[in-house]
Design a protein around this ligand. Structure first.
Ligand SMILES: [Zn+2]
Ligand SMILES: [Zn+2]
Length: 381
């Protein structure tokens, strides 16, 4: 018999985000290399909002669909060939990858050549349907579609956390490790290779930016500069280890660079993590770097048509490194256990970022994210 489950279904935006909480049906059993997951919680990430706001047909997007890519739950069933987890194991869900392309097979699965088809496009049309069976609902967003209390996930999206997580309450809290926090922390640790003598600037203090701040604090970076336009977020960043803060509200674009360098008495800034996707902030962050400084763009551009220009003389003369980055270059099955270890030691206090909502209250959760009052809303199933 087909299973039914409450879910948050994304309908074609009209023109704004059109998420509805309703029952759906899972009409088929798991196939090879798939698992059925009973979710306990799902974090909301900006990518859910970004993708759910795109018109039907963009990049092959098909509504209705179920988004969600920061799921956490327990394995209910496993398909043939699955080795990552057994029935009953607690899991955190992350991005998927092919496992066989040149980048996957050389240890860089977040740069899988099929990342977009596997995680954003070409998703499975047969995972969910309406309860009357009349409408197909697309699943497997990021290999998981975890905005459903029951979902079929691909094995590559599974991070088994058996023995690492105490109970279901803790599992709920750690659900955002699958994307946002992993991305920010990974950018600092894996890509930035931050060291204690680094002076790091983080622009934008959502879940990704605050993940970067916490990771920089874990490393013990000499100076950690947090930049945002919302004072409460700057205060939170300070409580998480930021040594300097810059509020950009009311700051003229042209004054940004000097405001940052002044904060640290013109010490060489060695690493910049950019999470806003705003072109002028990206450019200013590139410019404020000192010699051999590394810039990492981790925020999705707010407009895909934006260009940035950067002086070649600065790039070459100061031997700067400019990098586009996804998922913090993290290999989730290695990096998420590492993050859980920091959390266990009190160095990665995710509880300061998370606000839980009953999944029925998804509208309130989205509202809190939009007005900036909530860093990381987590839906509880
Ligand atoms: Zn691949
Ligand atoms: Zn995300």
């Amino acid at each position: 018999m087909a299973l039914t489950a409450p879910a948050v279904v994304a309908y074609s935006p009209s023109p704004k985000l059109n998420f509805r909480y309703e029952e759906v049906r899972i009409p088929r059993p798991v196939k090879e290399n798939e698992l059925l997951i009973k979710m306990v919680a799902t974090g909301i990430c900006h990518t859910d909002i970004y993708v759910g706001s795109l018109p039907h047909g963009t990049m092959g997007l098909s509504y209705p669909c179920i988004l969600g890519h920061e799921g956490a739950g327990y394995v209910e069933e496993v398909g043939a060939g699955v080795t990552a987890a057994k029935v009953g194991d607690p899991v955190i869900l992350s991005y998927g990858y092919c496992g066989s392309c040149e980048l996957c097979s050389t240890g860089r699965p977040s740069y899988c050549v099929d990342f977009i088809p596997i995680n954003i496009l070409g998703r499975d049309g047969d995972v969910f349907e309406s309860t009357d069976g009349a409408t197909q609902i697309t699943g497997k967003f990021f290999g998981q579609s975890s905005f459903s209390s029951l979902s079929i996930a691909n094995e590559t999206s599974i991070v088994n956390v058996k023995g690492l997580v105490k109970d279901s309450e803790e599992l709920k809290l750690l659900s955002p490790f699958g994307c946002g926090l992993q991305t920010g922390a990974g950018a600092v640790i894996n890509s930035g290779e931050a060291r204690p003598n680094d002076v790091i600037v983080v622009t934008g203090l959502g879940g990704v930016g605050l993940g970067a701040i916490m990771a920089a604090n874990v490393v013990g970076c000499k100076s950690i500069i947090a930049v945002d336009k919302i004072q409460s977020r700057l205060d939170l960043a300070q409580s998480l280890g930021a040594t300097h803060v810059l509020n950009t509200s009311g700051l003229a674009e042209g004054d940004f660079q000097s405001a940052i360098t002044t904060l640290v008495d013109n010490t060489r800034i060695s690493l910049a993590i950019e999470t806003t996707g705003v072109p002028w902030i990206s450019m200013a962050a590139m410019t404020c770097l000192g010699k051999r400084g590394k810039f990492i763009q981790i925020g999705v551009p707010i407009d895909q048509n934006f260009n940035i220009t950067f002086p070649m003389a600065d790039l070459f003369g100061n031997q700067k490194i400019l990098e586009g980055n996804i998922m913090g270059s993290s290999r989730s099955r290695e990096f998420i256990p590492k993050m859980i270890g920091w959390y266990r030691d009190g160095k990665f206090p995710v509880e300061k970022l998370v606000k839980f909502y009953d999944a029925k209250d998804v509208a309130n959760a989205l509202h809190g994210m939009e007005d900036g009052s909530v860093i990381k809303p987590v839906l509880v199933w």
